[in-house]
Write a protein that binds this ligand. Structure first.
Ligand SMILES: [Mg+2]
Length: 241
């Protein structure tokens, strides 16, 4: 599996999947990764790092080797977002995403899901202010994403907000399934990277969308090898009553 993945050390952290899953008898909830799926930006965090002309390669490595926690990973990312030695503001980050566009076909897909009364969620380790914005645009029921804490002047404090652990997105699915009282088999997950594979494994249906690596294709029940979300509709129709 390692040679098929951009993050081979991710696999060192993982236990192999436990069960043979059942596909949905009635699809009730669909959980979307955001970066690279609902928006055509591979990583909302990296998008901000690029603006500040920095990279987080060292902390990605430390995180994926289990040397630092999710909280510390976010803290180290935020520490890079400084101007003249001071933390940047929420407004600066928001402005970077003012013109963020939805992935092609997103509106049609979400109209279809609404019509079928299928509930929707974003499960993203990306930035929550982007996820909220996309959630409003598409009228998504539940938004789970990560972010940062600001002070009374809306300046970042350097502390993060953690809702979704990048390498344990299955945990967010368990919580959603429990809170919404929807069996896991009637949940679907859509994602593009290896970090979405744990969601595929616990949901009744896993769909790789424009996957970044072969490992994502291998772990999915269906693969969409292009960037049009409308192509999910014929797949999802098979699991609607
Ligand atoms: Mg992604």
């Amino acid at each position: 599996m390692n040679e098929k993945c951009s993050y081979p050390c991710f696999w060192e952290q993982r236990e192999s999947p436990k069960k043979t899953k059942e596909h949905p008898d009635k699809l009730e909830l669909i959980c979307f990764d955001m970066d690279g799926v609902l928006i055509d930006i591979g990583s909302s965090w990296k998008f901000v790092h690029d603006y500040f002309h920095c990279t987080n390669n060292a902390s990605v490595n430390a995180y994926l080797h289990g040397e630092i926690s999710d909280e510390e990973f976010i803290r180290r990312d935020l520490a890079l977002w400084k101007e003249n030695g001071e933390f940047t503001t929420r407004e600066t980050i928001e402005n970077l995403f003012t013109s963020v566009e939805l992935m092609q076909g997103a509106q049609s897909l979400f109209q279809f899901l609404k019509k079928r009364k299928i509930r929707t969620a974003i499960v993203s380790a990306g930035i929550d202010i982007v996820a909220q914005k996309i959630g409003t645009m598409l009228d998504i029921d539940t938004i789970l994403a990560n972010g940062f804490i600001v002070d009374s002047k809306n300046r970042l404090t350097g502390e993060g907000k953690l809702s979704v652990r990048l390498i344990q997105k299955d945990q967010a699915i368990y919580t959603l399934s429990k809170n919404k009282q929807i069996p896991l088999r009637n949940c679907a997950a859509v994602g593009n990277s290896c970090f979405d594979i744990p969601m595929f494994e616990v949901c009744g249906l896993g769909i790789a969308f424009n996957p970044a690596d072969d490992c994502v294709k291998d772990a999915a029940d269906y693969v969409i090898d292009n960037k049009n979300l409308e192509n999910l509709i014929p797949i999802l129709e098979k699991f609607c009553l």
